[in-house]
Design a protein around this ligand. Structure first.
Ligand code: HEC
Length: 198
């Protein structure tokens, strides 16, 4: 093996980061100019608890072949316990989607474990969060309001992403989730999990 572990590792991170940023479609922002009381809306409402990785419940992992990443999905234990099938997710549900790079074989494809799942490189590369709290959605215009959900992005160390502090900066989150999951309380894997868990 000619290249060092460090070089290979860095290359993988960059590839994953590019894939993630490109997939979000965060672009030109407008829209919230129409919203009353915009000062109280936005990603700054969401605080990522320092202990989320140990305290929250990891209810799913999703292998994303196209991006060669693994998404680790966590929720706060209170919402995990209180969520019921067919009902809106509980007030104060906080879902964390944390991405890691898949380890690649010599052919550039993800290595698989005994269960046929991707194998993660330990470091986080991206953290996206959605949280709902009564009243949070009130100042959003109807066309992008997601009930009372807010969205935010954090750096892997848990600090807030500097480019994601305004409502406009996370508008793509609202528009994609409202287009695809309006009947599932704007959530994905956690909603599906709650419907079918035993
Ligand atoms: C183009 C569509 C799209 C955009 C834009 C988008 N998402 Fe999502 N989101 C998804 C899909 C699809 C999933 C399900 C996970 C998967 O398959 O990757 C998801 C899942 C999630 C989850 C986990 C939900 C659950 O129930 O498990 C969170 C949290 C989340 N997104 C936050 C965000 C944030 C924050 C942003 C903006 C920075 C964002 N999303 C932008 C489509 C999108």
């Amino acid at each position: 093996m000619a290249r060092t572990a460090t070089v290979g590792f860095t290359g993988a991170i960059v590839a994953c980061l590019l894939a993630f940023g490109g997939g979000l479609g965060l672009g030109a922002d407008r829209a919230l100019a129409q919203a009353p009381a915009a000062a109280v809306a936005g990603p700054l409402n969401i605080d990522l608890p320092a202990d989320w990785e140990t305290r929250f419940i990891r209810y799913a992992t999703v292998d994303k072949a196209a991006r060669k990443i693994i998404r680790f999905l966590y929720v706060n234990p209170e919402a995990f316990a209180a969520a019921r099938p067919g009902q809106p997710l509980p007030n104060d549900t906080l879902i964390v989607m944390a991405d890691r790079c898949a380890r690649l074989g010599p052919d550039g494809n993800p290595l698989l474990d005994q269960q046929g799942r991707f194998i993660a490189d330990p470091p986080l590369i991206a953290v996206a969060v959605q949280q709902k709290r009564r009243g949070w959605g009130e100042s959003y215009p109807a066309e992008w309001r997601n009930a009372d959900w807010e969205y935010a992005r954090f750096n892997p160390e848990g600090t807030r992403l500097a480019s994601a502090t305004t409502p406009e900066s996370v508008r793509a989150c609202f528009t994609c989730h409202i287009q695809t999951r309006p009947a599932q309380d704007f959530a994905f894997n956690f909603w599906d999990f709650v419907q079918t868990r035993r």
